[in-house]
Design a protein around this ligand. Structure first.
Ligand code: HEC
Length: 294
């Protein structure tokens, strides 16, 4: 009775196998996350402790029962159950060192005069071997008949999750408006990328101008705000009243506030901080030297 595997070992082992199967077969359905939830883990630990207590009570009862057995039977049972479960498990896996060399067969090769000892295979080796067979069977089915380990499927799931994350991020981060937008050095690079995509067709990539005016000089057609950065933001948001070719990118929802802040930072940068392009469109509008005074 005592030599069977204790339940507080048996149950977690079974559970791990079940969780492994879940992981392999149902991975694409995201159910695995419930299994490693803190509440599940807590329950598992509580169950283990209860099982351990139950096991101890069981042992106590068994010891009481032993008193009614004959002396000879008692001795045999004690010998079999020497030490705790882990000691017996160790003995089972690595063999009892006392019995290890008893009854080893010798195989005579004959032709080369070498005599081979036919040792028993160690238990840990044999069981590991069985385990690999079970594992390969599960893996074979999951790999060839299901989506497990399919890189395309994996990519699709990761991609979808990422899109979802971006959506959530965009929803939760308030977009910048003209009130709180300001020039930021670290936005210049991403601003340039956006400028190339949305504005370069009319203003050139370096802002030197073609259909639209040169954005790198001090001449401005539209001067609505008293601050250069805000003025740029304003025009990108509202477009130009005089010339609908410069459309209202922000108002129409074509470009979001955060991106307009990036583009404005880039335009501000090429206007104020970087070298002027060698060739540019002739000045249009008024020359502005001090923005605060307009
Ligand atoms: C289809 C062509 C076109 C596109 C695309 C375009 N613009 Fe313009 N932009 C113009 C024109 C034309 C003007 C002149 C408006 C006017 O005369 O009031 C202008 C004016 C401006 C001005 C004001 C210049 C001034 O002197 O008042 C800024 C700043 C500006 N654009 C930035 C941008 C940015 C940033 C983008 C990209 C998001 C962009 N534009 C996209 C054509 C365009």
């Amino acid at each position: 009775m005592r030599s069977r595997v204790p339940s507080f070992i048996m149950i977690p082992s079974f559970l791990s196998v079940i969780i492994f199967m879940f992981y392999v077969f149902l991975r694409s359905y995201n159910h695995i996350s419930y299994l490693v939830h803190p509440i599940t883990v807590f329950f598992l630990i509580v169950t283990m402790v209860l099982l351990w207590i139950l096991e101890s009570i069981n042992n106590l009862i068994f010891r009481k029962k032993l008193q009614f057995l004959a002396e000879e039977e008692k001795r045999k049972i004690f010998e079999e159950n020497e030490g705790n479960y882990f000691y017996r498990l160790y003995k089972f896996i690595f063999h009892d060192p006392k019995k290890m060399n008893a009854g080893v067969q010798k195989i005579d090769h004959g032709f080369d005069g070498i005599i081979e000892l036919d040792n028993r295979l160690p238990m840990w080796w044999v069981h590991l071997f069985y385990l690999t067979i079970v594992f390969s069977a599960i893996y074979f089915f999951s790999y060839f008949l299901m989506d497990f380990s399919n890189p395309y499927k994996e990519y699709e799931i990761a991609y979808k999750n990422q899109l979802k994350e971006i959506e959530i991020f965009e929803k939760n981060t308030p977009q910048v408006t003209i009130e709180n937008a300001c020039f930021k050095d670290n936005l210049i690079n991403s601003g340039k990328t956006l400028f190339d995509e949305n504005c370069a067709t009319c203003h050139q990539s370096d802002g030197s101008g073609s259909i639209g005016p040169n954005l790198t000089d001090n001449y401005w057609i539209n001067t609505i705000e008293k601050d250069l950065f805000k003025n740029i933001f304003f025009i990108i948001w509202n477009g130009s009243d005089r010339n609908p070719t410069m459309r209202a990118f922000g108002k129409s929802g074509e470009i979001k506030g955060n991106d307009i802040e990036k583009i404005s930072s880039y335009v501000y940068f090429i206007n104020q901080k970087s070298k002027k392009p060698l060739i540019s469109k002739a000045p249009q509008g008024k020359k502005i030297t001090e923005w605060r005074k307009i």
